[in-house]
Design a protein around this ligand. Structure first.
Ligand code: NIG
Ligand code: FE
Length: 420
């Protein structure tokens, strides 16, 4: 078999390819480890994975092919970040300082800050400006090992500005090494001009925005911030049902600040994921498990908003909900591009084991944003997206926090970062 990339001398190769996708319960601890492994790729796709001898014997490196020596280190699939707001116009450190001084996220939002201040900034900036700032954010994600990211609109909140955001996301997906999954989030907040006519804004989303997004095929998912004071369960159901009819799969910002029945709605609709879930009820947990909806947990947001309340990760894992992790990278409630800090928090603050954390950041994260057939595991037929780490033991990833442990990143069989 011909290959144009051979990665050898891997101390521990975690393929993450054992068992059904998504992983639930005990299966979340299976890492599909191969000790002393190697991996070969051709045309960007993995063609062989296994013990080094077997792989080397079965493949022939094409002339001009590349060999990467992992130096006995750990290799995992590229990290997948299934919930981000990585395209925005301006950061909001002013609000961060207000929160540190004691104001709550909700108070700041009520006073015209929060999401609505990001909306003002996005409405003013050009599509080119959004692409430029998004590029810097994606560069940082890649440097920390993320090879696929879901990215939401939701800072435009008018048809024109939502389309501007989604077109910027499409351009970034075409030019950047990080693979992008676009989500339409017109229901992120009520913009100033519709605050007195909320049903009118819901109708604008359903009758105008969703058809416009679908006609340009600008998004794979439709998301709603279903929360007390924002979109009600009824309004969320209406929007997500319209999105589904137009070919956009449902996702929800669910039960972040109050138990609100949003997880139950995600289950009722058979959504791909319910995200946040800090205040999910026991009924919500059971409903997610029954419906097989992914729980995307965002402990970076919990830390950034004061560090007192985290989603009940253990309860969700033990109930058989497929759990994934994400940064929620956004200028308001989680200003980080690093899945590594999220992985550390998942262990430290939510007691997920290092193996569960890896599963939740690769194979289950891929499932949570619909790229499970492409990335998230290292097996023949998948894109060759991987990270060569500076550590040998996978437990070191959540343990050694606050520094970048990535040595080299490969996307589509091409080294895109690190190495010499
Ligand atoms: O996922 N919860 C709602 N949306 C974002 C916050 C966005 C912002 O504050 O700009 C989140 O945390
Ligand atoms: Fe979010």
């Amino acid at each position: 078999m011909r290959a144009d990339l051979l990665v050898r001398n891997v101390g521990r190769l975690l393929t993450m390819s054992d068992g059904a996708v998504p992983r639930i319960g005990e299966e979340m601890r299976a890492t599909g480890e191969i000790a002393g492994g190697a991996l070969a790729a051709s045309g960007g796709e993995i063609v062989a994975v296994g013990p080094e001898r077997d792989v080397v014997d079965s493949v022939e490196l094409a002339p001009g092919g590349m060999e990467l020596d992992a130096g006995g280190s750990l290799v995992t699939p590229g990290l997948v970040d299934p919930h981000t707001h990585a395209v925005f116009a301006r950061t909001r450190e002013n609000e961060f300082a207000m929160r540190v001084a004691g104001r709550s996220y909700e108070e700041i939002a009520e006073a015209g800050g929060g999401i609505r201040s990001s909306v003002r900034a996005v409405r003013e900036i050009s599509e080119d400006g959004l692409v430029e700032s998004g590029r810097r954010t994606l560069d940082a994600m890649l440097a920390y090992g993320t090879t696929t990211a879901e990215v939401k609109s939701g800072y435009g909140l008018s048809t024109q500005s939502e389309l501007k955001m989604l077109r910027a996301i499409r351009r970034l997906g075409g030019e950047h090494d990080v693979r992008l999954v676009p989500t339409f989030l017109g229901a992120h907040e009520f913009p100033d001009e519709w605050r007195e006519d909320r049903e009118g804004y819901v109708s604008l989303i359903v009758d105008e925005m969703i058809p416009a997004v679908a006609s340009e095929s600008l998004a794979a998912y439709c998301d709603v911030f279903c929360e007390e004071g924002v979109f009600t369960v009824e309004q969320s159901r209406r929007i997500l049902t319209a999105g589904r009819s137009a070919g956009l799969e449902p996702k929800l910002h669910a039960d972040e600040l109050h138990p609100y029945g949003a997880a139950e709605l995600a289950a009722e609709l058979g959504a791909r994921s319910a995200d946040h879930l800090v205040r999910v009820s026991d009924e919500g947990v059971a409903a997610l498990a029954r419906a097989g909806v992914a729980a995307v947990l965002l402990p970076g947001t919990s830390l950034s908003l004061g560090g007192t309340s985290y989603a009940p990760a253990r309860k969700l894992v033990e109930a058989g909900v497929p759990v994934a992790l994400a940064t929620d990278c956004n200028p308001g409630s989680s200003m980080t591009e690093s899945m590594q800090i999220v992985m550390a928090l998942a262990s430290m603050a939510m007691r997920m084991t290092p193996e569960e954390v890896l599963c939740a950041s690769t194979v289950n994260a891929a499932w949570a944003c619909g790229v499970e057939g492409v990335s998230g595991t290292l097996e023949p037929g998948r894109s060759c997206d991987l990270v060569i780490w500076d550590v040998q033991d996978p437990r070191a990833i959540p343990y050694h926090y606050g520094v970048n442990l990535v040595r080299q990143v490969v996307v589509g069989g091409r080294p895109v970062l690190g190495g010499s």
